[in-house]
Design a protein around this ligand. Structure first.
Ligand code: PEP
Length: 249
């Protein structure tokens, strides 16, 4: 099966009104005719509606960086999936290392988010990845096993295309040090086999994230099990993100 490549921009807590307008203005109609790859942008919450209006007709999917796993209620500061659906959004990030390590989201918290996103019919980009210390201690595969099995808890019910995995080694995020093509491929192959063995999902889409830049994108994207990229720093401006989307042109 040919898996469609995905290039997802994770803007984190960056880009405000002017930058959002500049980004979409600069990217223009360049994605409109794309069929073999999907472009996703995740702005900060205050700019989702602005971005949704600007992305209309541009063949760019908008996604959310976060949400809460309850329907609604007394959760100050949180955003519900119903609110996101109201803006036409149905793709969410879960498990980003900053949510795990900075915001303290536990395996149990992430399991609830995955279950709720599945229940509500959202597509999830589920992020996994080891720290440098875990890699150096030889715990790499055990960490990934734990992150995958605790999140899905034997209960992956969404359609195959609604669960995308992003392998993002923590030591590569925002550091300028990317995993080599070989390191990333080794893990993508492992994750694909894991998802096939436990969930019958051999053709799952698996993105790589961690300091993807125009000068390393080709090495990564030509690996057989790498189906695209989740990008932080190099996605903030349209010119560098376009070089990633159109890496082979
Ligand atoms: C990320 O935050 O998901 C990420 C991959 O960041 P960067 O590309 O800046 O390493």
């Amino acid at each position: 099966m040919t898996r469609k490549k995905i290039f997802a921009a994770n803007w984190k807590m960056n880009n405000m009104t002017a930058e959002v307008a500049t980004f979409f203005g600069a990217i223009g109609d360049s994605c409109v005719a794309l069929k073999d790859r999907e472009v996703i942008v995740t702005p900060s919450f205050p700019y989702l509606a602005q971005a949704a209006a600007l992305a209309k007709g541009k063949n760019i999917t908008l996604a959310a960086q976060n949400f809460h796993f309850e329907e609604n209620g007394a959760f100050t500061g949180e955003v519900s999936l119903t609110m996101l659906a109201d803006l036409g959004i149905r793709t969410v990030l879960i498990g980003h290392s900053e949510r795990r390590h900075v915001m303290g989201e536990s395996h149990e918290h992430l399991r609830k988010k995955v279950a709720f996103a599945q229940k509500k019919g959202f597509r999830t980009i589920f992020c996994i990845g080891e720290t440098l210390a875990q890699r150096e201690k030889g715990e790499l595969f055990a960490v990934i096993d734990m992150q995958l099995s605790s999140a899905f808890d034997g209960n992956l019910t969404c359609p195959p295309e609604d669960m995308v995995i992003a392998y993002e080694p923590v030591w590569a995020i925002g550091t300028g040090v990317n995993a080599t093509g070989a390191q990333a491929q080794e893990m993508h192959d492992y994750v694909r086999k894991f998802m096939d063995k436990h969930y019958g999902r051999k053709d799952i889409t698996i993105l790589y994230g961690g300091s993807v830049k125009p000068d390393n994108v080709k090495e990564l994207m030509t690996m057989p099990d790498i189906d695209g990229a989740l990008v932080g720093g190099a996605s903030l401006k349209a010119d560098s993100f376009s070089k990633l989307i159109f890496w082979d042109r």
